[in-house]
Design a protein around this ligand. Structure first.
Ligand code: ADP
Ligand code: MG
Length: 680
């Protein structure tokens, strides 16, 4: 009896894979034949002969040749060693050096054929060895896989070969044929073959290009499907009262910027459409997103709906509730605040009023999405500083009530890569203008031995009646240490500024009433200096504060530094941000430098992406960017963009479908081929 083979078969179908080896493979995320076949190599050892004169300085290469002399190990220091030998490659002789791998001498003897992967020193004509490679006789271009201590390179390569041989007939096409033609991509079987067993570098390159496109395309297809579904979902048609809205806008103490007016119009138009709104409002720190939120929430309220505003921290939620109470002082709007620390009794009343529709505007933290909060008629939900929330929390809010319209606000400017990946399913409105009269923020980077100078500067500002924030170091592992640090710095500064100036302290361990009291006191200028952990990172607004000093600034990511810096520069007086840091890494130095060079959040976000790579975007694991296996959404943005366009075009075709199980995208042959394009 024959059973049908499928790429979804477990790896135990292969000979030589028992439960132990299966467990080892699982540590690499490999459970099925498909996993194995798409475990693409991270590089190749190119053992073809090279013209060494053309290899550039510092390039990583693999050289194959004959070991010319018995390797010698020289030890120095306690644990350090150097292993040298000459490698004969045709007529060239290359000196190879391995540092701190003395055991390699046992694997090398004079006269032996070997290959070495390493870094080329063009001046000395020598190779700094990184890895010794067991050169397979005959093979001149071999795949190298990521492995770990549970499984060896050669074992994995052998299993992949076995899997390919046994399953090649059930590798079905995934991309529609018209895309393969249009972008000159390989069919899936060839792609998988050439990724693992390329005959030359060119074949591997072509295969990788296809794999990257495939990965991006499938990802985008899922996003675009979600988006299409959103648009179809029975959304709320918010028929707001335009006259009431105009009247309300006239009561504001300032004129809206043109950008604010434009996004208000965009959002109102989207709310009015019967389809569901899922929109991102992007605007740099201080661009005035809150008032935009207030206006569109009011619009929803004039249409008889409730509106909710969800913030990531209690301080921020409280600040919003207070501000909105002022903004709506003369309007018939009932506001309630709901956070994790709302007392049981108040909470009970609030829940009753939310359910009955007695309150129109609900402000809070993620408490807003807990199960027992039942809305009367939620029409619009606004998520402030949305990058601080996980994707799941966004989803939960969307499912509340009758699928309310969603406006997610973020101060973190979103580079194209992220727009396409993390937020690909959303529409975007952008506030690209700051309110007039803002003075630019000057940023200085000082070393820790210059703290006194910084203190002198702060005192000068205080003498002018300004206020200052002092942010204490971030100890990622421990909130307790954060607090300890903050307390130490607070004690020091209190003494330093006594008796002329008052210093306040804010940290995560304070009770909420305490936090609120400290913030209120700072806002009321009862404190001149506020020492704080990063709890003030987002949203807090005190226009009279013009100095932001950040200790150990190199511990923070660029996005976070930008957010912190955004706490100043909110008033009429020019502001300064002082970074205290002695960075030890290139990356740290680069971050400090770019902070002193620009206040443009967009440039910073792009830089952040480049410095961090796409692994940990914007310093938060919650940024929602998926882990791509082969594609790099930053470096290969152009391919990502094409994949998005094509996925969108496909989803917009009337009768398109994707069978999730057979995963074949058949039936698009009728699609007219457009002119040939290339991906790179
Ligand atoms: P963010 O976009 O960072 O959330 P906020 O909404 O906190 O910014 O606004 C920052 C400050 O700018 C607030 O004090 C707000 O009242 C003020 N503001 C907002 N819009 C304008 C405007 N059009 N003109 C003047 N000030 C404004
Ligand atoms: Mg804000």
């Amino acid at each position: 009896m024959t059973t049908l083979k499928s790429l979804e078969d477990p790896v135990t179908e292969l000979s030589g894979v028992g439960s132990q080896r299966a467990a080892a493979l699982k540590t690499l995320g490999i459970q099925t034949i498909a996993d194995l076949l798409t475990d693409f190599p991270f590089r190749y050892d190119d053992l073809t002969a090279k013209d060494l004169a053309t290899v550039s300085e510092g390039e990583k290469i693999t050289l194959k040749g004959t070991v010319a002399n018995e390797p010698a190990v020289v030890r120095f220091g306690r644990k350090k060693s150097r292993l040298n030998f000459r490698l004969l490659i045709g007529h060239d002789v290359v000196m190879v050096t391995f540092f701190n791998q003395p055991w390699l001498s046992q694997q090398l003897t004079a006269g032996q054929e070997t290959a070495v992967y390493g870094k080329w020193d063009a001046v000395r004509k020598s190779l700094s060895g990184m890895k010794l490679i067991n050169a397979d006789k005959g093979a001149s271009f071999g795949a190298i896989y990521t492995v770990n201590k549970h499984i060896r390179q050669s074992t994995l390569a052998q299993l992949i070969k076995q899997a390919y041989d046994a399953y090649q007939d059930v590798i079905y096409p995934l991309l529609p044929p018209y895309l393969l033609q249009k972008y000159r991509l390989l069919d899936r079987k060839t792609m998988i073959h050439d990724l693992h067993f390329p005959k030359d570098p060119q074949a591997a390159k072509l295969a990788r290009r296809t794999a990257v496109f495939e990965e991006f395309f499938l990802f985008e297809l899922r996003l675009q499907m979600m988006r299409a579904k959103d648009h179809q979902a029975a959304g709320t048609e918010i028929d707001y009262d335009n006259e009431a809205l105009k009247t309300f806008i006239k009561t504001l103490p300032f004129e809206l910027t043109n950008a604010q007016k434009r996004v208000v119009n965009e959002i109102c138009a989207a709310m009015k459409r019967p389809t569901h709104m899922n929109r991102l409002l992007q605007g740099d720190v201080g661009s005035g997103k809150t008032i935009v939120a207030a206006i569109v929430m009011y619009a929803a309220i004039t249409a008889g709906y409730q509106a909710a505003l969800m913030a990531p921290t209690e301080i921020l939620a409280e600040q919003h509730a207070k501000n909105l109470a002022e903004v709506f002082a003369d309007m018939p709007v009932n506001i309630v605040l709901l956070t994790g620390s709302t007392k049981a009794k108040a909470r009970k009343t609030a829940l009753a009023h939310i359910a009955s529709g007695e309150v129109d505007l609900i402000v809070g933290t993620h408490a807003l999405i807990s199960d027992d909060v039942i809305y009367h008629q939620l029409g619009l939900a606004v998520i402030d500083e949305q990058h601080r929330f996980g994707v799941n929390q966004r989803q939960t809010l969307r499912r509340k009530g009758q699928y309310p319209d969603i406006l997610a606000m973020t101060a973190t400017p979103i580079p194209r890569t992220l727009q396409i990946t993390a937020y690909g399913e959303m529409d975007v409105s952008i506030i690209d203008e700051l309110p007039a009269g803002r003075k630019p923020i000057t940023t200085r980077w000082l070393h820790s031995n210059q703290v006194e100078a910084a203190m002198t500067f702060i005192r000068q500002q205080l003498n002018h009646g300004q206020q200052a924030y002092v942010v204490t170091p971030l100890i990622e592992e421990s909130e307790a240490l954060d607090v300890k640090n903050a307390e130490a710095i607070y004690a020091h500064l209190s003494e330093n500024f006594a008796p002329d100036y008052q210093v306040g302290l804010l940290h995560g361990r304070l009770k909420n009433e305490e936090k609120e009291a400290v913030m209120a006191a700072f806002k009321a200028h009862e404190y001149d200096v506020l020492v704080s952990t990063t709890v003030i990172e987002v949203g807090v607004d005190v226009a009279n504060a013009t100095v932001m000093l950040i200790f150990d600034a190199d511990r923070f990511g660029l996005a976070q530094l930008h957010q912190l810096r955004g706490r100043v520069g909110r008033g009429e007086v020019a502001s300064t941000c002082i970074l205290i840091a002695d960075p030890k890494t290139q990356d740290g130095i680069a971050r400090m430098q770019v902070m002193t060079e620009t206040t443009d959040g967009f440039i910073l976000a792009q830089k952040d992406l480049e410095l961090r790579g796409s692994g940990d975007l914007l310093g938060t694991k919650q940024s929602g960017v998926p882990d791509f296996k082969v594609g790099d959404p930053v470096a290969q943005l152009n391919i990502l963009q094409i994949a998005q366009e094509e996925a969108l075009a496909l989803v917009e075709q009337p009768n398109w479908q994707l069978e999730p199980d057979n995963r074949e995208l058949a039936g698009y042959e009728q699609h007219q081929l457009k002119q040939h394009s290339t991906l790179d």
